[in-house]
Design a protein around this ligand. Structure first.
Ligand SMILES: Nc1ncnc2c1ncn2[C@@H]1O[C@H](COP(=O)(O)OP(=O)(O)OP(=O)(O)O)[C@@H](O)[C@H]1O
Length: 242
């Protein structure tokens, strides 16, 4: 992946919801084919950063380059049209609609039947449950549906906002396996996640935010081995006794 073209470049992004800046100059990048973790403590600005990239943050300065073009100032719809997808933390499927209907209602899809067939191939569980109401799915199945919905428009980048937050502990490992599989569907992944260790384990690189700024960044393996990252942000693993 090193050497792959740059897909996303966030450059000195500042901004917030009102007058107070929540993001205080965040810079990060993501190459084509990568999974990149954004971790950090509660309130560090992880979800706010995701919103800034999507055009959902009221006030933003700096540059957000996607495939070389600046997204700042564009509507969310335009960003999605350019190839940015999003899976929000909650309310990411329509409970009253069936699995297949949840995919059919996504707007802006070129060849809907073909895309649904491709996604059913990638998510066989969803194909099996195509007529089931989304509200009757398990947490893990519902998440697959939320991912499939976001993939309907064939985005080149998908942003996942705390994808494991609503899952039972037993389903968390499955969710990370699913995330690890996403690049095989020709999509790169920016994932905002509290479970930083598990998320870094399926990522190539990561950024740890603190107070709306990048505190530590680097290769995932390097961050997982970093004493300061462990001490301040990742939680210590059990010490092995010899
Ligand atoms: N819609 C909003 N309006 C005003 N302030 C907000 C809004 N959403 C978040 N904030 C504030 O922005 C700051 C950063 O929140 P954000 O949700 O980005 O943090 P986070 O790193 O994603 O945290 P968590 O892991 O707890 O979700 C917090 O102080 C929060 O109170």
């Amino acid at each position: 992946m090193a050497g792959a073209p740059l897909l996303l470049g966030v450059e000195d992004v500042r901004g917030g919801y009102g007058e107070v800046d929540i993001l205080n100059g965040v810079s990060l990048f993501l190459r084509k084919g990568e999974i990149v973790t954004v971790a950090g403590t509660n309130g560090a600005g992880k979800s706010t950063l995701a919103k800034a990239v999507l055009g959902l943050l009221p006030r933003v300065s700096g540059r957000i380059l996607f495939e070389g073009a600046d997204l700042v100032g564009l509507s969310t719809e335009d960003r999605v049209g350019r190839g940015v997808g999003y899976v929000p933390q909650v309310a990411n499927v329509f409970a009253a609609l069936s699995v297949v209907e949840n995919l059919q209602v996504v707007v802006g899809v070129k060849d809907q039947r073909r895309r649904i067939a491709e996604l059913f191939e990638a998510f066989p569980l969803l194909a099996e449950r195509r007529r089931a109401r989304a509200g009757s799915l398990s947490g893990g199945e519902r998440q697959q549906l939320a991912f499939a919905r976001a993939l309907m428009t064939s985005p080149r980048l998908i942003i996942l906002d705390e994808p494991t937050a609503a899952l039972s502990p037993a389903k968390v490992a499955e969710a990370f396996e699913l995330i690890a599989r996403l690049p095989s569907l020709n999509v790169s992944v920016l994932v905002v996640e509290q479970r930083a260790r598990q998320c870094l384990a399926v990522s190539q690189r990561g950024y740890i935010l603190d107070g709306g700024k990048v505190a530590i960044e680097g290769e995932a393996a390097m961050l997982l081995a970093d004493e300061r990252a462990a001490e301040l942000y990742l939680g210590r693993t059990e010490k092995r006794h010899s």
